[in-house]
Design a protein around this ligand. Sequence first.
Ligand code: FDA
Length: 583
Amino acid sequence: TGQVVETDVLIVGSGPAGSSAALFLSTHGIPNIMITKYRWTANTPRAHITNQRTMEVLRDAGIEDQVLREASPHEMMGDTVYCESVAGREIGRRPTWGTRPDRRADYELASPAMPCDIPQTMLEPILVENATKRGTQTQFSTEYLSHVQDEDGVSVRVLNRLSGHEYTIRAKYLIGADGARSKVAADIELPMEGEMDIAGSMNITFKADLSQYVAHRPSILYWVFHPGSNIGGIGAGLIRMVRPWNEWLTVWGYDINGPAPELDEEEAVRIVRNLVGIPDLEVEITGYSLWGNNEQWATHLQKGRVFCAGDAIHKHPPSHGLGSNTSIQDAYNLAWKIAAVLKWNAGPELLETYSAERAPIAKQIVNRANQSSRDYTPIFEALGVADAKDDDEFTEKLQLRYENSPEGAARRERLRDALDFKDYEFNAQGTEIGHFYASDATVTDGAQRPEPTQDPMLHHQKSTFPGLRLPHAWLGDEKEKFSTHDIAKGTQFTLFTGITGQAWADAAQTVAAELGVALETVVVGDGCAVQDLYGDWMRQREVEEDGAILVRPDKHIAWRSMSVPEDPERELVRVLGRILDRP
Ligand code: FDA
């Protein structure tokens, strides 16, 4: 009943997945409405670690600077501490998130953007603001109720929670970015694997000035090995920086098979004081909640004109900081495909590649985040406290690592190995930016992806093999320096070639006009508008100077040609036709 509101894309949810989907679609010029149940964005800090891939994506959307202005910078992120309590004895440290000198080089070489730390309460408003400025109709206090889809679109029933008024929004596509308990995912019956609520955790946010305990070893994470810290939770007790150095979040576990703990302000203060290690710490508790650790992912992400993204398709603990990052990257993958259908007449098969490309990532990151929690067990074992029968024994056994004996020496070595093994959570650049897409939205002509020569979780290996992310190299002219990622803009396909590949540029211009697709050629070379200032591109492109690398709007390689063929125009029509599912 009542008037039907029309749009191209309706997005349910204004979390990282929904608000970034809205931002990317609006950047593509696609009309969209974003509805969200509550009157504002996230009300607790939640996700914070923002990895290089996400920063690249935000850079492409033109908001990297705005995010960096609000974020804690990279240098402040990484002296990760393992301790008995924040003010108590230290167990060890490890530089993380690419702050170790040898790894810093890897991070700087791989991307024009470094990781940073921005709490979700600060990132979401930036995403919503920019999406709305660029055209998104943002509707707060509006709840998704149900939908029906037909051949031409989706009719969605929504409720204005202020007035109680129900109405219909008619969209060509619907994106369910409505979080871990997604109703949209349930309504399209997305197939899920794994389990929910496998361990119990609690979050407590608090204010206390801890500068004197942390400023000399700045980190966003202080891991606490305190009696009880190996029960439930995310691997160990955690004091996490929200704002340096007076706003914090504690994550503490509980046994999910027992009765739920009674968490009140007094208990929250007790837990915080224990983990900080100051019995009379002056602390203001600003919030607390219980939550379940999940290990569940969707194996297919869409049905017809309805798609899900974010926690709706991957549910996992915060370990490794993959939640919000992966959600934003889902949206980045989906947005250009929807835009390509609406603007460039791409066929529906292109949309199917969303599942083909992102479902394997959903599974991978859910497993990875849970494994990161499990990887604390060897630390408890090395400390000798894993089988402590009570708190006193736990505390007593924490002394074992000081023992002046061959056993003590062996224990210290084992402990160091266990701490360093956490690189799979904290220095795992490969996991964060090494995504590979094998789908019909890339063309390999039958070639196989080269085997990585280093551990692909820890290390990112650059290559222009189709399906991989565009390698970053600094290019420029006499005045400016810019990344390959800066010139391959997110609203177009980009074809990289060299001076002897000029024929590609002419061919691309004809093909772009013929197909009505945004396709820009970048000729990199001496005397051109874009120069290979450091020779980095020449060393990384893996094709001859007259070869070509076709980059998708999401900066994954679509296809490459080792040299210029006789008829480059025909090649481009063949390749783009396949990728865009055009006759
Ligand atoms: P998200 O859950 O953020 O957003 C869902 C959106 O959908 C909300 O805007 C909601 O209002 C809306 N919505 C839901 N149902 C609706 C309906 N029927 N109609 C309309 N709107 C609806 N991650 C991490 O990396 N590090 C961390 O420390 C933490 N900590 C943390 C703590 C707590 C308490 C939670 C709940 C989560 C975390 N996370 C986290 C996870 C991280 O917050 C999560 O991965 C991202 O927020 C996922 O983003 P989404 O946009 O997918 O969902």
